[in-house]
Design a protein around this ligand. Structure first.
Ligand code: FMN
Length: 295
């Protein structure tokens, strides 16, 4: 069975080469409004997005992101954030206090932001626009916080370039479905699928010219495929290169890294007493320490 939505989803490819043409404010509003239609934990809608078309800002973000040229080339850059600041104002308006510090809130805000941005991304693609997520803004989130004047309890999750593609993007093969789809119980016996995928990815030529460094044989040429690539880009590699010694949770980097940079209380949040009636009171009442996801 096929539908236009399925077709669109399967045509996805990140776009890293944009025409200089601008994207109208109306289209951007439409795209973000489509993002807003995504499901959201307890209807809290704990996210915000800041849009910039400013060349200087984009250039600065490019520098933070290790020089990725598509950031300044794209006419639009969106910064998707988890946002508990709005909820704080709601609670205060209702006469409740906030208590920071729950990793669950980190999950709620980050997941909300992520699925919202993916809805927006699909909307953009349906309009024949292209996009590329920019996770490297987390190299220096405090710079983005200053640049966009994000208040307390608002933290960047990911950026996104947006614009008109110069050419259709490369469609990167994905893992075989059976490597990620488990029925009734998790199956670890997936090495054959992974090896098959490794070969598929090597054949695309995406990794051409990449090498594996070997301890006893510097710069030895070896087959470089998805597995080697994933090893090099794994979170542990990333965290170590950012000075962390051990992974406990992704939040460790996000929260620990941020706290070192005067942002500790940006995440956390919201404890109040249950109170009847109204959307705002409902929000506050759901954010008790006993709050469980899926409410
Ligand atoms: C959270 C997130 C962060 C990403 N960050 C970057 C980035 O900083 N730069 C970039 O060029 N691509 C980035 N990407 C795009 C991925 O590299 C890309 O989605 C992946 O290689 C699969 O390719 P495809 O999107 O073309 O199918 C990011 C993707 C996600 C989901």
């Amino acid at each position: 069975m096929n539908t236009p939505t399925l077709e669109l989803i399967h045509q996805h490819g990140s776009v890293r080469n944009y025409k200089p043409d601008s994207v109208s404010e109306e289209l951007i509003r439409q795209i973000v409004a489509a993002g807003q239609r995504a499901s959201t934990s307890s209807n809290l809608q704990t996210y915000s997005v800041v849009v910039t078309t400013d060349s200087e800002k984009k250039l600065k973000i490019q520098q933070i992101s290790g020089g990725q040229k598509h950031i300044s080339q794209a006419p639009v850059f969106l910064l998707w954030c988890a946002d508990f600041s709005r909820l704080k104002r709601v609670c205060e308006r209702q006469g409740y206090d906030l208590e920071p510090g729950y990793v669950e809130n980190f999950m709620v805000g980050t997941v909300d932001a992520a699925i919202t941005m993916q809805n927006a991304a699909l909307a953009a693609e349906s309009l024949e626009l292209g996009f590329c997520y920019i996770g490297s803004i987390r190299n220096a989130p405090w710079e983005l916080i200053d640049m966009f004047q994000l208040p307390e309890l608002v933290y960047p999750v990911a950026g996104m370039t947006l614009g008109w593609p110069v050419e259709p993007p490369i469609i990167r093969p994905r893992l075989p479905l059976d490597a990620v789809l488990h029925w009734e119980a998790y199956q670890q016996d997936d090495l054959l699928f992974l090896e098959e995928y490794d070969q598929t990815m090597i054949k695309t030529g995406i990794y051409d010219g990449r090498q594996v460094d070997q301890q006893d044989q510097a710069q030895a040429q070896e087959t470089y495929g998805w597995m080697e690539h994933s090893n090099n880009l794994s979170p542990s590699f990333f965290l170590k290169s950012h000075g962390a010694t051990r992974i406990r949770y992704t939040a460790e980097l996000a929260l620990g890294g941020l706290s070192e940079n005067r942002l500790s209380t940006r995440v956390g949040v919201l404890v109040t007493v249950a109170h009847a009636g109204g959307w705002m009171a409902g929000l506050c009442s759901r954010t008790t320490p006993d709050f469980l996801p899926g409410g």
